[in-house]
Design a protein around this ligand. Sequence first.
Ligand code: NAD
Length: 517
Amino acid sequence: MEHRGGTGSEETGRGIRQVGHWIGGRLEDTGRRTGPVFDPSAGEVIAEVRFGDAEVVHRAVQVAERAQRAWAETSLAQRAAVLFAFRERLRARTQELARVVSREHGKTVADAEGEVARGLEVVELACGVPHLAKGEFSEQVSRGVDTYSVRQPLGVVAGITPFNFPAMVPLWMCPVAVALGNAFVLKPSEKDPSASLVLAECWEEAGLPPGVFQVVQGDGEVVEAILAHPGVAAVSFVGSTPVARRVYEAAAAAGKRVQALGGAKNHMVVCPDADLDEAAAAAVSAGFGSAGERCMAVSVVVALEPVGDALVERIAKRMAEVRVGPGDRPGVEMGPLVTREHRDRVAGYLDKAAEEGARVVVDGRRHPVEGPPRGFWLGPSLVDEVRPGMAVYDDEIFGPVLAVVRVADLDDALELLRANPYGNGAAIFTRSGALARRFAREAPCGMVGVNVPIPVPVGTFPFGGWKQSLFGDTHVYGRDAVHFYSRGKVVTSRWVVAGSSEVRMAFPAASGDRSSE
Ligand code: NAD
């Protein structure tokens, strides 16, 4: 089947593919403004994304509100059936979706297939909605009185997502939201918007009624319209910390439920007893996979001396072998960065690092590239002797630059983590159970890896960070998603036997009937 997301919604007179919105089960390309969508490997514009505005958001929310009321009335079994069918459609279209992601983001097709697979875990979680949505029941809380609790949908909820996982991050949100009876409005990143439309098609093919899953394309203007719209009950955001903070504050001020995941600076601590070959391989995979454009990428290696020299040598040796080129070329391990501006910004940290006294061991600007010269290329870089206070340490670079900080022991490593404003993930490489246990207990972050460099939890556990990596009190997916996308209700019921009614003016207490015992 030809899909409208990846191969093009519509060719216009201008001859360039237009990426539009998905409202009420139909594509539309309204909106005054547009943005360019690049193929980062070629450095060329391949499509134009239509930017919605407050009017488009309003229409999408109105359609979603109507659809949600009917959707919430369907049975749990019917909703589960749609989720199972959605899973099958996503599985059937994984490779095609991965190619759409790779083309606009730049990551390798294999990596993009991996992100769809991680998203599928959450779909599989949501397939269990009859179980997830179960409440509790207590019989005879007082004489003749029973109490039960239920979880009910919020209504229309919105997801605002970043460029780096255009399939996975929406899939962190929408499966559980939809399964619980909400309608979901997605505002994807304007940098790689087409994956959102493939997801919309998969939902449609799975039998989800029109209007329950909607896509409004655009930039900050659409985000502001979502935050201001009274019909949006909850907002899930994933992106950079300054925007996450703004979304959290604005949504909360408007009385919405909100979770806003921000940036990261993930540390990987390597202890002297670690297998250094294993640790070096892990640092290269986790530092440079997806060109470092992952919120869980390792960006700082913390070497507990005396392993610094040996570790840096091993990492540098492995980096030299990384094949950089277009994401769809067989054998390529790392693609380009998402835009030219981002590539230049990331490369700028190498000059700054040298000026600030760090040692640039490997300069990615000199790495061989197998792609067209206009692509947004930057090879992997390694910077040693980094310290807090240097831009290469303090900033979230979000590119293929790995910093090495050398410290004396685990106390110093933990101190470093405590002082860092981010708290997404952290990892330790060691053969000591005692060191690993202490680290897992004391690391001030939401996700910890023990000999696992990218500890992204499986779909049945929640994902989320601490400190400036997450504003809000629930993480995404896992049990937290059930809580976030539903609200509790507790019903206390008493069925009166005819003729037993009496007036009781005292405040009802369950213990009240003890006095009569
Ligand atoms: P971004 O903050 O620039 O954009 C995220 C979303 O917000 C996009 O949909 C974008 O259109 C919108 N947006 C951008 N600027 C805005 C503004 N001023 N007002 C309102 N909305 C705005 O992030 P990005 O560059 O797309 O993604 C990379 C960032 O996302 C990194 O900081 C990365 O760490 C973070 N990220 C975090 C996680 C996590 O789980 N914590 C996961 C993935 C990405």
